[in-house]
Design a binder for this molecule. Structure first.
Ligand SMILES: Cc1cc2nc3c(=O)[nH]c(=O)nc-3n(C[C@H](O)[C@H](O)[C@H](O)COP(=O)(O)OP(=O)(O)OC[C@H]3O[C@@H](n4cnc5c(N)ncnc54)[C@H](O)[C@@H]3O)c2cc1C
Length: 457
């Protein structure tokens, strides 16, 4: 009997859980070969990226090597970015993998093809700049660890520069009240340079990032940065909708807005960004906001490669799938997570969330088993368990959904925080099992006593 080759492209929140479970199920046998393809060499759970950007999460302790996971869970790993598909030959095309500067000359791996019998696409989403002038060039998106780390380094640099500028005496010969002999005067406190951080988009990412940044400013102050964390570090969120967190219930949105106001986060709703320049953001109403760093978290779109594969896609390039999660064009190809458009009867479409990717990964283990046995495929039903928004150490707010609690229940504070962190724990448990997840939790708690609260280098 020939081997059935399952290829999963994308080892993110959904793909890595799927391939881990498929590897555990089939990897030791001879009939099924499971392969993960990812353009990166390691995985980090995407909802942690705003914490990486704010410096409160050290990537080194939360990144997982695909090669190691493949070894532990009996699947193959192929590194490379998927750039094409040949549905007749049933192969995918992977781009050449370039070598890093210190890895010698020439590509590390050439462009190559990989055959499949069942293909699962889980390549997530990327930032949607909506064609706004200067947005792509002058903002930082939070799609990858590299971008989050780049933001953190820029933040540290902006704080150091602002402190230095505030403490460097300026020549005041042109100013009124110059001291005799051209002595140097410090500028008035009100004119001190500040760190201006602008976040475009008040969805969960933008809102959570703003709270973490306020925390980071306070921690940096306690480590000796001589800037007032409230007055000198200005954080502004711009949102085109009339309220923040427009996808969540009004009560959650109102509670979060109240907490952010207490944290001195400026919220500018009902205004859109018209243009982004290297150091300022202009809104359609004509406001010009100084911006040392601008973060773009205003929406997502699926990777453009999906529009080139000959599969049915929607206007965001998401692959249109049936309730079985098979492509509407090709039954040998499945898609799920952020890169798929799956109908959610009476609500529209399954939202691009980690909890949806997690549920779909669990569903696909069963669907692929049915496919391998030649049985008819089950259909996916999304269950919304609610939404939680973390404001870091300050609080968490959200709503829980479900039949047991009779609809929707508003939660806030410690309970909401515990529920929020349990989402990540569930992901770690799906990758390593419950016992290792518990050990990992304890190890991270212990590690906190020997590492700074914000990553400083
Ligand atoms: C800052 C932030 C906070 C968030 N917070 C929450 C939250 O609190 N709750 C929640 O439910 N959701 C949250 N989300 C959304 C959540 O992260 C996504 O819905 C989820 O990660 C989607 O999972 P996925 O498996 O579809 O894609 P991803 O997790 O994005 O994984 C995609 C994978 O595909 C790989 N890849 C991409 N293109 C290619 C290619 N061409 N070839 C090979 N590999 C490729 C990538 O390297 C990546 O490993 C947040 C997102 C962000 C950015």
């Amino acid at each position: 009997m020939s081997v059935h080759r399952i290829v999963v492209v994308g080892g993110g929140a959904g793909g890595l859980e799927l391939v881990t479970r498929l590897g555990d199920k089939y990897g030791r046998g001879k009939d099924v070969q499971v392969t993960l393809v990812d353009r990166s060499l390691s995985h980090i759970w995407k909802p942690l990226l705003h914490e990486v950007a704010a410096g409160v999460m050290d990537t080194a302790t939360h990144q997982l090597s695909y090669v190691a996971q493949a070894n532990w869970h009996h699947f193959e790993f192929a590194t490379g970015e998927m750039i094409g598909l040949d549905r007749q030959a049933k192969t995918i095309r992977l781009a050449a993998v370039p070598a890093a500067a210190d890895e010698g000359e020439g590509d590390l791996l050439p462009e190559r093809t990989l055959p499949y019998d069942t293909l699962v696409l889980a390549i997530g989403s990327t930032t949607n700049f909506f064609g706004v002038a200067g947005a792509q060039e002058n903002t930082i998106a939070l799609d990858t660890v590299e971008q989050a780390e780049r933001f953190r380094r820029r933040l540290m640099a902006a704080c150091v520069r602002a402190q230095n500028a505030a403490e460097t005496p300026v020549a005041a010969s042109a100013s009124p009240g110059v001291q005799p002999g051209g002595a140097l005067l410090s500028p008035p406190a009100a004119q001190r340079p500040k760190v201006n951080l602008v976040i475009v988009g008040a969805g969960a990412t933008g809102v959570e990032l703003s709270a973490e940044l306020r925390n980071t400013a306070e921690v940096l102050r306690s480590y000796g940065l001589r800037l007032d964390p409230r007055k000198d570090v200005r954080i502004t969120i711009i949102e085109s909708s009339p309220r923040i967190l427009k996808a969540l219930p009004e009560r959650v949105s109102g509670a979060v807005a109240g907490l952010l106001t207490k944290l001195d986060v400026d919220i500018l709703c009902g205004d859109s960004v018209a243009e982004v320049r290297p150091n300022e953001v202009t809104t359609t109403s004509g406001k010009v906001l100084p911006a040392d760093i601008t973060v773009w978290s205003a929406g997502i779109t699926a990777p453009s490669v999906l529009g080139t594969l000959g599969l049915a896609v929607n206007r965001l390039n998401q692959i249109e799938v049936l309730p079985t999660l098979q492509s509407k064009t090709d039954p040998d190809i499945f898609a799920f997570g952020d890169c798929a458009s799956c109908e959610w009867p009476e609500h529209g479409f399954v939202p691009p969330r980690a909890q949806a990717a997690h549920q779909q990964a669990s569903f696909l283990v069963k669907a692929i088993e049915a496919r391998l046995k030649g049985q008819s495929l089950p259909t996916f039903t999304y269950r919304d368990f609610g939404s939680l928004v973390s404001l870091g150490k300050f609080s968490a707010v959200g709503n829980l959904m479900g039949g047991l609690i009779g609809g929707s229940m508003f939660i806030e504070g410690l309970f909401a925080r515990v529920m929020y962190t349990s989402l990540y724990r569930m992901h770690v448990a799906a990758l390593h099992g419950v016992w290792r997840m518990m050990l990992d939790t304890v190890a991270n708690r212990l590690r906190r006593s020997t590492v700074p609260r914000v990553k400083l280098h």
